[in-house]
Design a protein around this ligand. Structure first.
Ligand code: NAP
Length: 247
């Protein structure tokens, strides 16, 4: 059986990904940073349905934590063949002129450094030349990387543009290692992330203006992630799926 680590698997897109992965037969390590109850709920839902899962705490922006997350996941589930680098944060909407350094640093630490550390550890453990089993890495970027998020969070948009670049470069590094590297770029998806940015209704309000006329659901993003994660996408690497309703 294949095992996958989902960072930020306790809520939102990560939670939907963990549940769909389990439904498709993956064992799932559900990473979280503060919300142990939400992570345990995901684990309980998976195990109640006959699947295998474990909750693993750790901050993706912390190098030692990232190593510990992988160690715990492999202790519980055996060697990983899949990693979904999903953990991410936003901050309240502001034009750049009003964005302070502490906030910029934290956004880049979690979204960019967190993704790079998560992907680096995946590359170290999955690469065939290092004794790994090969596998698939999926990074969760954002349409913000292409749209720039003016007057909302250009810092967040830049932190995700770096994730796009990581996807392109790491896919080329890992092509001969039996590891594929791809990304999804969600658009306006109804999760709690918008409340954490001070606008609980943001996805619903702005989603109406997208070509498909509505916000997306976490489960719709999870479908794209699982396709990239599994063998159905066996000839796809360095690729992107925009799950944004055409935005
Ligand atoms: P969410 O509902 O706010 O969930 C965030 C998840 O990330 C939670 O599981 C949280 O854990 C975890 N997390 C946050 N900081 C972490 C850290 N430092 N280390 C480890 N885990 C951490 O967010 P979401 O909307 O599902 O977003 C998931 C990803 O999709 C993010 O990368 C986000 O940027 C991206 N995205 C979302 C949207 C959207 O509209 N929702 C659009 C584009 C891209 P706790 O439960 O412990 O707090």
């Amino acid at each position: 059986m294949h095992s996958v680590l989902v960072t930020g698997g306790s809520r939102g897109i990560g939670r939907a990904t963990a549940l769909l992965a389990a439904a498709k037969g993956w064992s799932v390590a559900v990473n979280y940073v503060g919300n142990a109850g939400a992570a345990e709920d995901v684990v309980t839902e998976i195990t109640a349905a006959g699947g295998k899962a474990a909750a693993v705490r750790g901050d993706v922006a912390d190098e030692a934590d990232v190593v510990a997350i992988y160690d715990a996941a492999e202790r519980e589930l055996g060697p990983l063949t899949g990693v979904v680098a999903n953990a991410g944060i936003v901050a309240p909407s502001r034009p750049l002129v009003e964005i302070g350094l502490d906030r910029m640093r934290r956004i880049f630490e979690v979204n960019t450094i967190g993704a790079y550390l998560t992907a680096r550890e995946a590359a170290r453990r999955l690469a065939k030349s290092r004794g790994g089993p090969g596998g698939s890495i999926v990074l969760v970027s954002s349409m913000a990387a292409r749209l720039g998020s003016p007057f909302e969070y250009v810092d967040y948009a830049g932190s995700k543009a770096a994730v796009d670049t990581l996807t392109i470069g790491l896919a080329k590094e890992m092509g001969g290692e039996g590891v594929r590297v791809n990304a999804v770029r969600p658009g306006l998806i109804e999760t709690e992330i918008h409340a954490s940015g001070g606008q609980p209704d943001r996805a619903r309000r702005l989603g109406v203006g997208s070509p498909l006329g509505r916000a997306g659901r976490a489960e719709e993003v999870a479908e794209a992630i699982l396709w990239l994660l599994g063998d159905a996408s066996s000839y796809v690497t360095g690729g992107f799926i925009d799950v944004s309703g055409g935005r």
